[in-house]
Ligand binder design. Sequence first.
Ligand SMILES: *Cc1c(COP(=O)(O)O)cnc(C)c1O
Length: 362
Amino acid sequence: MPPITPQPGIMEIDLYVGGKSSIAGRAEVLKLSSNENPLGPPPAAQEAMIAAAARAHLYPSTDHAALRQAIGEVHGLDPDRIICGVGSDEVLQFVTQAFAGAGDEIIHTEHGFSLYPVLIHMAGATPVCVPEKDRVVDVDAILAAVTERTRIVLLTNPGNPTGTKLDDAELARLIETLPQDIILVLDGAYTEYAAGYDGGAAHVHDRPNLLMARTFSKIYGLGGLRIGWGYGPREMIEVMTRIRQPFNLSGLQLEAAEAAVRDRAWVRDCAALNTAQRARLTGALRQLGLACDDSETNFVLARFATPDEAEQAHQALLDEGIIVRQVAGYGFPEGLRITVGDADQTGRVIDTLTRWRETQDG
Ligand SMILES: *Cc1c(COP(=O)(O)O)cnc(C)c1O
């Protein structure tokens, strides 16, 4: 009998490792490892879910019309060019699966999202990883990596775990220069935290090869619910819709997301809180002699002198019940990625690291 063998690429997949969420022997922890919203889910979304629960026996909408309409209204986009997925992760899966396969290459950058290689191998395609320059995406490195086999470029902007944003002129240059038969995916999970940035939406309007991916997991505080969306050319969305399961999103997801996206005051308040606490955390880390770039996201990447020092600080935080993200897997063994919490939570991080520094020096 012939052996049972998986499709090409499947065995290349290293399982995605998420942020830690518990500490052995501790009931109460402060989780700052997954860039979740410290204010939780918006009350309007919670009410929508409770109302939707009574209708759980009914199959949900397959065309997501109401949610696409709401997103379109709020962001000034054509609802017919929007596709909704189980987190933006699923939208990224649609594009890689629909447009690349065995023998094709997909470019991503050195410090890009660690899910990308998983999705690329799932499609049977080959990942091509290009370097960044001082923790910022390097447009020339991307362009230099393009071959006749390149189908897609996956770009996290602003970056995770770097927190940096590609300069608008550089983004425009990449869009202008990249051959138009290569899809450029703008993964804008942190768009709402970057002042004045639209996630690249203005570029997507009139380009045949751009896809913007957005999420309800970060500023909307709905990471546990799994909702994301993409905006691209009508033809691209039409292709991706063919591989989308008809009932990929439940009624609870759809109604919560619609309530959340319409609650603009919530988004404004969350962004304002983040901006204030991010500045405070960044300033405090620098005062402690740690290197950190200006962040355009809801986290800060603190860089220590050595991996060993980062490990000691990590342990000091764990001893106080605070979980942050080790990012050696993203190319930063000397770094810790710290989600920006509320004022109280940020204070705890600063106090703990300050005390750790004192004991270290003493
Ligand atoms: C958090 C995050 C996402 C969002 O993923 P969801 O599937 O929408 O939860 C996408 N890209 C990056 C880079 C992220 O950090």
